[in-house]
Design a protein around this ligand. Structure first.
Ligand SMILES: [Zn+2]
Length: 186
């Protein structure tokens, strides 16, 4: 193996001179609907792997070590629209699926599908981070479908974890959010 091969993937937690994402200011409901539309547009079906969608959009995913505790990953969108999503291997598949969709949220909402270069790491309390989370939930668990799946699962979170390939926490938060948005669960 050449030495250069060992350094081909950048470490998670690096810094960049690219601008930080700017919040759109759009409402939770609007972003939720938009994310479901985007999922349909790119042919994403809930529960499936996200990697093919990322590749299709001109992105790639790398996994690396996290030097800063609490950092789950980042996305960097270059001039020209190519992008890189970096993940920590530690949280596992379910958490990483949410993180990939969160980073796609920055790509769709804040870089406008690759038009604006940016570098986004998790910044607690920043509105752009909430927006990326709202996008991720809407993209991975579209509202109407989720309500149906919840009813089919008859209260089994385990069933929904398996159905969506997401953590129990993400499933619970999704239910709460949809109740806030006026969806009814039996
Ligand atoms: Zn983020």
């Amino acid at each position: 193996m050449k030495l250069s091969d060992m350094f081909s993937d950048p470490p998670v937690g690096k810094t960049s001179s690219l601008p930080k994402p700017e919040a759109t200011g759009w409402t939770k409901r609007f972003i939720d609907d938009l994310a479901a539309k985007m999922a349909r547009e790119v042919g994403y079906r809930s529960g499936e792997a996200l990697e093919p969608i990322v590749t299709e959009l001109g992105g790639r995913i790398v996994t690396g070590n996290v030097p800063e505790t609490g950092s789950t990953g980042y996305v960097e969108v270059e001039e020209g629209g190519k992008f890189l999503i970096a993940l920590s291997p530690i949280p596992g598949t379910y958490r990483n699926n949410f993180t990939i969709a969160h980073e796609l949220g920055h790509y769709f909402l804040h870089s406008r599908l690759g038009e604006k270069p940016l570098f986004a790491t998790r910044q607690a309390g920043h509105r752009a981070e909430w927006e990326a989370n709202w996008f991720a939930a809407g993209f991975l668990m579209p509202a109407e479908e989720f309500v149906e799946e919840w009813e089919k699962a008859k209260g089994s979170i385990g069933h929904l974890i398996n159905r969506y390939q997401l953590s129990g926490g993400a499933i619970e938060i999704r239910k709460k959010t949809l109740e806030e948005l006026g969806h009814k669960f039996d």
